[in-house]
Design a binder for this molecule. Structure first.
Ligand code: GLU
Length: 469
C-alpha cells in the first residue's frame, strides 16, 4: 500500500425494505477492501426520504447484512440525523463564496428548459442569482446552489472505470439545500463521507455521473476527494439489468432458498471480480486477494447454476452441527413443527451423508424427509415405481432376514441383505432399491444401510411392513 492514511470504506444503502443482492455485493466489496488493508468498513443508512425510510425498512438492511455475515465497524450512521450538519456545511460554503442563494422561480426554470428544448441542446440552468447582488433578493424562501465552474472539465480518476471526463459546461449549479432547508442527496453524501473520513467510495456505476458533481463539491469545500471505484451493475443471465423477472432480488429470499451465507459471499465476490481462476475460496482468501484492479469493467451476469454448485461445495465443507441448526431454522421459517430431540439427533447423525447429496439446504431437507416423516410415509412417484408388485415381493421375502439382524448397524444389515440377494440370485440393487423406497419414500437418499441404522430396527421394519403388509 502506498496510501498513508488508513483505508475507510462505507456502504450507504437507502432503506427500501430489503437488502438487494447488488447492494450486498457492494457492501462485500467495501468490507473486503477495507479489511484486507487493516482499514475500517462503515455503514450509513441514507434515510432522508421520510416516506420510505421506516424503522422496519432500516431493520431489514441490518438483518440482511448480518445474515450475509457482513459486519460494519462502529455504529451505523443515520443520514437523516445529520441534517443540521449538512446545513452548517452549506453555510460554510456560502461564506467561502463556493455557493450562492438562488430565488429563481419555477416559471424561470421552466422557461429555460423550454428554450433549451427549442434549441435542441441539453438544459443547463444558469441562475441569474449566481452573480446578482443578494440585497435585491425578494423576501421569499430560496435554495442554495453550488457555484460550479463553467469552463474546463471535471475529471474522475476511477479505480475501475479509469479516467472519466465531463465538460463543466454540461454540469449545472446543482442545488445543495432545498428551499425547506433540507439537503439534497448529492450534498449530504459528500458531507457525510467527508465527516466519516471515507477514503474509498466503492459503489454501483449508476452513481458515476454523481461522482463528477460530488468532486465539484469536494473541491469547493476544500476537502480531499476520496478514491472512487464504480463497479458495473449485476445483470441477469440474458444480459439485461437484474430485475425481478430473473429471480429473487433480496438476500432474504436466498436465505429461504437454502443458500449458506459463506457461499453467497464467495459467489458475490466472484461476480464482477476475479483472482486468476479461483472460484471456490474462503473469506480469509477473499480478504487477502481482493483488489480494485481485479474488478471487471463489463457487467457481471448472475448465474444461478454456479451459485448452487458453490453452495453445494460450501455445504460439504461446513460443520455438521451448524448445518443441522441452519436446517432446523429454515424448517421453522417454512412453518414446520419443531422436531423432537430424538429426531434432531438422528438428523445430526445422518448429516455427513446428507450434505454430500444436496446443493441447497432446501434440497437437503427434502432428502432428509425420511428422518422427519412419520408413518405411513408419503411415497413419491419414483419410489412408487420401485415398489411395484415385484419390488414388494422381494421386500416380503427379505423381511425375516432383516428381522434376524440383532446388532442393528449398517455393516450387519448390509451383510444380511447381501446374503439374501445371493441366495435368491438377485443383484444387490434389486433388493436395495425397493428397500430404500420403503424406508425413505424416495428413490434417492444417503446409503440405504446407513439410513436403516439411523432409523433404528423397529422403525425400519415397520416401514418395510407398511409396504408388504
Ligand atoms: N444511497 C445510495 C443508493 O442506495 C448510495 C449512495 C452512495 O453509495 O454514494 O444507491
Amino acid at each position: 500500500m502506498t496510501d498513508a492514511a488508513p483505508v475507510v470504506t462505507r456502504f450507504a444503502p437507502s432503506p427500501t425494505g430489503f437488502l438487494h443482492i447488488g447492494g450486498a455485493r457492494t457492501a462485500l466489496f467495501n468490507q473486503l477492501y477495507a479489511r484486507g488493508r487493516g482499514g475500517r468498513f462503515l455503514l450509513r443508512i441514507e434515510d432522508t426520504d421520510q416516506a420510505r425510510s421506516t424503522p422496519e425498512a432500516t431493520q431489514a438492511i441490518f438483518d440482511g447484512l448480518r445474515w450475509m455475515g457482513l459486519d460494519w465497524d462502529g455504529e451505523a450512521v443515520s443520514q437523516a440525523s445529520r441534517v443540521a450538519r449538512h446545513r452548517e456545511a452549506a453555510e460554510e460554503l456560502l461564506a467561502r463564496g463556493g455557493a450562492y442563494r438562488c430565488w429563481a422561480t419555477r416559471e424561470e426554470i421552466d422557461a429555460a428548459r423550454a428554450q433549451a428544448a427549442a434549441e435542441k441542446r441539453p438544459m443547463v440552468f444558469q441562475s441569474p442569482w449566481r452573480d446578482a447582488d443578494p440585497a435585491t433578493a425578494p423576501d421569499a424562501p430560496c435554495v442554495v446552489r453550488l457555484k460550479a465552474p463553467r469552463e474546463g472539465e471535471t475529471t474522475v480518476e476511477d479505480a475501475v472505470q479509469g479516467t472519466v471526463r465531463w465538460a463543466n459546461a454540461q454540469l449545472d449549479d446543482l442545488i445543495l439545500l432545498r428551499s425547506d432547508g433540507t439537503p439534497t442527496y448529492m450534498f449530504a453524501v459528500v458531507v457525510d463521507d467527508h465527516d466519516m473520513g471515507v477514503t474509498h467510495v466503492i459503489r454501483g456505476d449508476d452513481h458515476l455521473t454523481n461522482a463528477a458533481r460530488q468532486s465539484l463539491i469536494y473541491a469547493a469545500m476544500g476537502w480531499p476527494t476520496p478514491t472512487f471505484a464504480h463497479i458495473p451493475l449485476i445483470h441477469g443471465p440474458d444480459g439485461a439489468k437484474l430485475s425481478k423477472r430473473h429471480g429473487a432480488l433480496g438476500v432474504d429470499a436466498y436465505r429461504d432458498m437454502g443458500y449458506l451465507p459463506e457461499a453467497m459471499r464467495n459467489y458475490l465476490a466472484r461476480l464482477g471480480w476475479s483472482h486468476g481462476d479461483d472460484e471456490y475460496f474462503t473469506d480469509a482468501e477473499a480478504t487477502a486477494w481482493f483488489d480494485l484492479s481485479g474488478v471487471n469493467k463489463a457487467p457481471a451476469r448472475f448465474d444461478f447454476a454456479k451459485l448452487a454448485d458453490l453452495n453445494g461445495r460450501h455445504m460439504r465443507d461446513a460443520d455438521d452441527a451448524r448445518l443441522v441448526a441452519a436446517c432446523l431454522d429454515l424448517m421453522a421459517r417454512q412453518g414446520r413443527p419443531m422436531a423432537d430431540a430424538a429426531t434432531q439427533a438422528r438428523f445430526a447423525q445422518a448429516m455427513p451423508g446428507l450434505k454430500l447429496r444436496a446443493k441447497t439446504l432446501v434440497e437437503l431437507i427434502e432428502t432428509a424427509y425420511y428422518i422427519f416423516a412419520t408413518r405411513p410415509l408419503e411415497i413419491d412417484e419414483k419410489a412408487a415405481k420401485l415398489l411395484d408388485p415385484a419390488g414388494r415381493d422381494i421386500l416380503a421375502k427379505l423381511t425375516p432376514s432383516l428381522a434376524a439382524v440383532t446388532d442393528w448397524r449398517s455393516a450387519a444389515i448390509e451383510a444380511q441383505t447381501r446374503a439374501f440377494a445371493e441366495a435368491h440370485g438377485l443383484k444387490l440393487g434389486a433388493v436395495a432399491q425397493p428397500l430404500r423406497a420403503a424406508a425413505t419414500g424416495r428413490a434417492v437418499s444417503p446409503g440405504v444401510f446407513d439410513v436403516l441404522e439411523t432409523l433404528g430396527r423397529d422403525e425400519s421394519l415397520a416401514r418395510v411392513g407398511d409396504q408388504t403388509g
